[in-house]
Design a protein. Sequence first.
Length: 151
Amino acid sequence: MSIVNFEVGIPVDSDGYIEMECDFCKNRFMLPSNTFQKEEHLHFFCPICGLPNKTNTFYCPEVLEKVEQSAMNYMYKEVEKTLGKAIKSINKSGFIKMSIDIPKQEPEKELYTPANEYEVVGFDCCNTSVKVQYIDKEIGVYCPLCGDAKL
Ligand SMILES: [Zn+2]
Ligand SMILES: [Zn+2]
């Protein structure tokens, strides 16, 4: 078996933010996708409780599901390509007739609609921003990159 590398787009909202969930406080917020996809950011501070955790612990289940879905769709396409070719040559030989039945793909959603209403909070310290719910913004949030409180 060879390992197939492919890119799976993580679903983002119309502003390019990804919805995430903190494993400690179970609160949700959104981070700009371009910030957290940078390789140097292996962990983040939760903007709401301020605790740092590994980036991959922040993914929401629905987001992971969408990633899985696009991985499946990719796989189906690949299977169709390679199997399709093999079957054509078998059919050409005239001895056996074969066909493949690929399960119907689930339609890929392009944009992600977050579960909550969010407001943008900017951080001058690290020149980044987060989206949090109104109530969290009122209480005060932490910079996801350096963990500084913004009240
Ligand atoms: Zn938290
Ligand atoms: Zn900062």
